[in-house]
Ligand binder design. Structure first.
Ligand code: PMP
Length: 437
């Protein structure tokens, strides 16, 4: 049996309808933006392997940092103990996070980073005697993870219908998704802000926090909003005294062109959630960062006011070492130049596709480009699986979300490879039966 066949016997994969999904491709190795399968075929990883490999695959600097750390201290319980890599990374992260962040809470995946943020926000008010603040505001189409808390705030992403009876109540508002040449964007934003204003007039005193993916809603289909909207939202929400949580699990660590989306939008959330690119895709790791005001609200003389959250692998030294090495790469001027090159190349790629009658709603933010196909194509449907296979045959790893095609490459991608991808995408759309009008 091949590895792929043995896989089918033993493994249940994430976000997969196994009945209609072909056998998985066995990847033997990766280098830079490329993945190599067991037959020697190569695939250009245009989605940074679920958005994590910001510096490409098998980067030697990160690999070495992990090796060195593993030979010194692989893990230690993170309650009552600490270690240098954890402290160093927290210090360095606080230095590059904008505004007033003061404390770093470690966990090990994006869902958990958001789950922690929800618990922090809720208990922040409770610890101060405000026990009625049980409401959260989230955005339609937002996705924040797969735990019950994050599924509740991500209910309108459409992924979680099977579990809906078990969710807590969340108040949803629309996301002002926009695209190049969108003439209605200002009206959309104004309506959303005025709806939110009305909602807050009634419910602000019962609301703990508003949670959102700033600039780009990822799994909701790379929906983008303007930085100006985030600034106006912040001004409005601040006038009602509720907390702001940014889920930057995907947008963090350079994706939008700045280190963080909040920087790009010149906004200052109270809590920020980070994961994905944090270790350059080497190890699971996550951060929930908060302000001093929030941290102080958890101090007390007994455990009652403490944050009851922690995982076995919290603050794992190997993850911290990988995160430190990834940060060194991220801060390099070549990385910035690459991010700028990616944005330019995306722009010319989108220009090239502009006349294609199969595509619409082209959008771009930093290193992320996306557009819609003018056909209905459900997430995980047969058509979507077929389209993915058409891209794969052309050597491109692209994973459509419903009818949305997006490119989110590692920062090390070569300009020629990214340019070539747009030509191949046009070819694939031409050939794919899914896209026939
Ligand atoms: N928040 C956002 C914005 C995400 O994009 C994701 C993952 N797609 C998550 C949270 C959940 O992260 P993880 O898959 O690491 O649990």
């Amino acid at each position: 049996m091949t590895i792929s066949e043995r896989d089918r016997e033993a493994i249940w994969h994430p976000y997969t309808q196994h009945k209609i999904t072909p056998l998985p491709i066995t990847i033997q190795r990766g280098k830079g933006a490329w993945l190599y399968d067991e037959k020697g075929n190569r695939l250009l990883d245009l989605i940074s392997s679920w958005w994590v490999n910001i510096h490409g695959h098998a980067h030697p600097d990160i690999a070495k940092a992990i090796f060195d750390q593993a030979m010194t201290l692989e893990h230690v319980i993170f309650s009552s103990f600490t270690h240098e890599p954890a402290v160093q990374f927290a210090e360095q992260l606080l230095e590059i996070l904008p505004g007033h962040f003061s404390k770093i809470f470690y966990s090990d995946n994006g869902s958990t980073a958001v789950e922690v943020a929800l618990k922090m926000a809720y208990q922040y008010w409770r610890n101060q005697g405000e026990k009625k603040r049980h409401r959260f505001i989230a955005f339609t189409n937002g996705y924040h993870g797969d735990t019950f808390g994050t599924m509740s705030v991500g209910k309108k992403s459409g992924f979680f219908t099977a579990y809906e009876d078990l969710f807590f109540d969340v108040d949803f508002i629309d996301y002002p998704s926009t695209w190049i040449h969108d003439e209605m964007v200002l009206q959309k934003e104004q309506k959303i802000l005025s709806d939110l204003d009305e909602h807050l007039k009634k419910y602000a005193h019962e609301t703990a926090a508003i949670l959102l993916e700033p600039l780009i809603q990822g799994a909701g289909g790379m929906q983008m909003c303007r930085p100006e909207f985030l600034l106006n939202l912040e001004t409005l929400v601040r006038s009602y005294n509720i907390l702001i949580i940014y889920d930057e699990v995907m947008t963090g660590f350079g994706r939008t062109g700045d280190f963080f989306a909040c920087q790009k939008a010149n906004t200052t959330p109270d809590i920020i959630c980070l994961s994905k690119g944090i270790t350059g895709g080497f190890l699971p790791f996550a951060v929930t960062a908060c302000t001093e005001k929030i941290y102080q609200a958890f101090l007390g003389d007994d455990f009652g006011s403490a944050l009851a959250h922690g995982h076995s692998y919290a603050g794992n030294p190997l993850s911290c070492a990988a995160a430190l090495a990834s940060l060194v790469l991220l801060k390099k001027s070549e990385t910035k130049k690459q991010q700028q090159m990616i944005e330019r190349t995306h722009q010319s790629g989108l220009d090239y596709l502009a006349d294609n009658s199969r595509v619409e709603k082209m959008r771009l933010c930093g290193t992320v480009a996306a557009f819609d196909l003018k056909i209905l194509n459900q997430y995980g449907s047969k058509e979507s699986v077929n389209l993915r296979a058409t891209f794969q045959k052309k050597g491109l790893l692209i994973r459509p979300i419903g009818n949305v095609i997006y490119l989110l490459p590692p920062y090390c991608i070569e300009e020629t490879d990214l340019k070539m991808s747009y030509a191949m995408i046009a070819e694939a759309l031409e050939e794919s039966t899914v896209c026939q009008k």
